[in-house]
Design a protein around this ligand. Sequence first.
Ligand code: ASP
Length: 442
Amino acid sequence: MTSDKTTVVKFGGTSLADAEQFRKVGRIVAADFTRRIVVVSAPGKRFPEDTKVTDLLIACYEAAVAGRDFSGAYKAVCQRFRDIIVGLGLDFSLDDELAALGDQLRRAPRRDYVVSRGEYFSARVMAEYLGFTFVDPAWCICFHENGKLDDAMTRRALAAALRPLKRAVVAGFYGADSLGNIHTFSRGGSDVTGSLVACAIDADRYENWTDVSGLMSADPRIVENPRIVDHMSYRELRTLSYMGASVLHSDAVLSASERDIPINIRNTNDPDNPGTLIGRKRPKGQQKHPVIGVAGRKGMSVIQVEKVMVSDGSGFSAIMLDILKKRQLPFEHCLTGIDSITLVIRSDLLAACKAELLSEIRAELAPDYMGIREKLSVIAVVGEKDTETSDANVRVLMALTQAGIEITTINQGAGKLNLLIGVPEEKYEAAIRAIYGTMQTL
Ligand code: ASP
């Protein structure tokens, strides 16, 4: 059966860890004719104590630039790919290219080039195995020389490269600038490649294949067997990814949502499971739970500044935000009270400029009180079911109080449920468990 629909399928590292995983990918791609464009990560861990190929490459690079022996990690990379090629019974060799990587490491290694080779080799093997055309993103994912993605150019170049092809394998995670220098996205960036590809060719669906059967409603390291969410909106997913839910890179959500391309998170090891489907709106009848997920981040600090008459229109908040802007210090949340302003800022960013920042605030605003509280975490409770009639937010806060957890800040936007709650870092896990427990009763 033929179809002119296109599904972009991206496979993560665990889906490519060895030859057996490559075979599973082959079966998944063959099972649906619309799966024409395949995006791959570098091989990940085969077992818990194993090392991802990308981490081996980072180790190679770091040893090489420090003038240390990199041969152990380099040989391990070569062996991983040779084992996959042999395991798949391919009459194909990457030996020349692996040798070229060795030469680079010996001469003048460039970090992004070295680190990107895991995806490059993985895509070369996958293209050979599937009999698809290999597409090197160095030709069509375009970066500026400063390392920023050139979005418009990338869309045009990807469309031009992929539209004429019936079936292709694209290496994830990297692209190149106009001088041909390779640049990578941040870790987990093959998700971003998949999303850019799906947008550029206006795909009907973006499937992101991983090792879990969808997005979990809480971190499984904290909550035992959390519920898998069957449907969620882009906004819900973006908030949860930003706040630390680690299934999908948050930048990948942004580009897919702009074009309204549905994202389907699937499990390579359980391909019949429908996984989680993410779109602009959840289908009617699917809005069973007012809260669909909870996620959070540790390592936050709160600056609180008070001054009588802050809210009299004298521009106090604007000056405060201007001070942060001048220092290019981003803040996570900003809460204003009658005579106070509270800013939640990542502790690692604050640490670099704390003393100067406080003296600048003192000089510019002459506050009545100023204090910093550190070692906090922020938890996002997310759900787009209309909350006008729901008491979900109240119940979540009550659950924290009943568990004896101090609430340091609360931030609730209007409309949908998007509650951000600050709690002390040492209570983070207990807070997630308390909130998750309540979510099951809503
Ligand atoms: N291989 C890269 C990493 O480990 C990128 C990716 O897998 O998406 O972060």
